[in-house]
Design a binder for this molecule. Structure first.
Ligand SMILES: [Zn+2]
Length: 324
């Protein structure tokens, strides 16, 4: 059976995914602000050219695919991603879902019914029919739970993601605040909705070295996103490497994926990437610095391959299993 994975340039055979960074954005944009105050974004073609050059550089370091979890709330615009994707060899997996820490956009607040949440309908549409008229289908579902926890609207998003997953089989990846153990809240809601937790990446687990918390997430079956290499404010690269090495040593290489959560352009902080306060927060840090540091810390080539190739493949191709 051929197992296909949806990308910005169409479906590909899962075996072609190669080495995958499982949480990288291309553009993170406050759309309404940029449309009205376009001076910082500048020239559209210039931004596309910049993305093409950064992602080509990434491909040249041996990374074949990125999963871009830029959902509604982060400025997703698939036609722009298509323009980038058609000029590069690297594959981009696009996301449905919604990113909020507190409340839903007003659009959705009164569009809910117990039988069919407008959120679920949109998520399923992105997965089954594609994003608007682009012909590109979502390959993953994204949601977020941060310090405010399971607010009523955040809980609604999580349940809608779970329902879209159960209808389609499309896997789920998340944003969490690790210090407040939000991954456990997400697992609780997903279990209530009947989700198989092996088909969920709990994101931003690399932001903590609390092995007790990580062990609980692992024991419930999820994959951990060790996916913020370069965001030194939570943990330094050396600390992140140590946690990954410890978990590999305990036999959990088959439940971790690696990434930076970086982007070509993010308008949340002034300046161009790499941003002055975060010099390591760019696409190339894992290839150049983290993999050598993992090897130095005793992680084997085989375990690195498991985290970069086998786990992403198993996760992304699970969409072919369909709904349940
Ligand atoms: Zn992210």
């Amino acid at each position: 059976m051929t197992l296909l994975v949806e990308t910005a340039t169409g479906p590909i055979d899962a075996s072609e995914l190669g080495r995958v960074l499982m949480h990288e954005h291309v553009f993170v944009i406050s759309t309404e602000i940029q449309q009205n105050y376009p001076q910082e974004w500048g020239d559209e073609q210039g931004r596309i050219d910049d993305a093409v050059s950064r992602l080509t550089e990434l491909k040249d370091t041996g990374i074949d695919t990125i999963l871009d979890p830029t959902a509604i709330g982060l400025g997703r615009y698939i036609p722009r991603i298509q323009r980038v994707a058609e000029q590069i060899d690297l594959k981009i997996v696009c996301a449905t879902g919604l990113y909020t820490f507190n409340e839903l956009p007003h659009y959705y607040r009164r569009r809910s019914a117990s039988s069919a949440d407008a959120l679920t309908l949109h998520f399923v549409q992105d997965i089954v029919d594609g994003f608007a008229d682009t012909g590109v289908r979502a390959g993953v579902i994204k949601c977020a739970t941060d310090k405010p926890g399971l607010t009523p609207d955040v809980e609604r998003v999580l349940r809608a993601c779970a329902q879209a997953h159960r209808q389609t089989g499309c896997p789920i990846t998340t944003h969490t605040n690790a210090a407040t153990e939000r991954g456990l809240d997400q697992q609780k809601i997903f279990v209530e909705e009947g989700v198989d937790l092996t088909r969920v990446v709990i994101g931003h687990c690399g932001d903590t070295n609390d092995l007790g918390y990580l062990q609980r997430l692992l024991d419930a079956g999820s994959i951990l996103g060790m996916d913020r290499f370069g965001i030194d404010g939570y943990l330094t690269t050396a600390q992140r490497v140590e946690v990954v090495a410890q978990l590999c040593d305990k036999g959990y290489a088959d439940q971790m994926v690696l990434s930076h959560d970086a982007s070509c352009y993010i308008d949340w902080i002034e300046g161009e990437v790499p941003l002055a306060p975060l010099p390591n927060w760019h696409y190339l840090h894992i290839s150049r610095d983290v993999i050598p540091a993992l090897l130095e810390a005793g992680v084997s080539e085989e375990q690195i391959n498991t985290m970069l190739v086998d786990n992403p493949k198993r996760f992304l191709e699970s969409q072919n299993l369909g709904g349940y």
